[in-house]
Design a protein around this ligand. Sequence first.
Ligand code: S3P
Length: 175
Amino acid sequence: MSANNIILIGPMGSGKSTIGQILAARLDREFIDSDHFIENKTGVDIPRIFDIEGEEGFRLRETKALQELTARKNIVLATGGGSVIKEENRKLLRASGYIIFLDTTVEQQLERLKYDKKRPLLQTENPRERLEALLQQRKPLYIELADLRVPTDGKLTRKVAAEILPKLPRYLTDS
Ligand code: S3P
C-alpha cells in the first residue's frame, strides 16, 4: 500500500521547507517539516538536541518522527538533509509517497546558509569541506530515492515550485 504524500529530500539549504510550503498551499495539503516536528515534540531546538544527545540521539529522534509522519496521508513533508542515511528511513520514505530531490550545489548551499547558526553540522572551521563531504556521501542516496529530480541552482524557490507542480502525477494533484 503506498500513500500519497509528497516528500522533499535534499541537502541543507536546498529549499525543502520553503518549496514544500508553496506546494502544500497550492495543493491544499498540510505541510510538515520533520525538524520542526522533532523540535515541537522535544520542546528544544535541533542544536540543543545535538548538544545533549549528540548526532546519534538526534538520528534516533529523526527515525521516530519519520515513522510517525510517513504513516500520515495527503501531506507535504520536508525532511532533514540527513534523513536518507539510514536504510530504515529510506524504506519509510519510499513507502509513503512521491519523492522529490532538490538538487543543489555546495556553492548555493553556502550562499543560502552563510549566516546560519541552527545547523550543528555546519558549526565547523570549514563549512564548505563539510558540505562537500556530506553531499558526496548522500547524493547517490538522494538520486536513488527520487521519483523526480529538480535542479534548484540560481532559481527562486517560487520558480522551483512552479516547475514541480505540472510534473506531479495526477493521483497527487487530484486528491
Ligand atoms: C541535517 C540537516 C538539518 C537537520 C540537522 C541535520 C543534516 O535539516 O536535520 O541539522 O544532517 O544534513 P535541513 O536539511 O532542513 O537543514
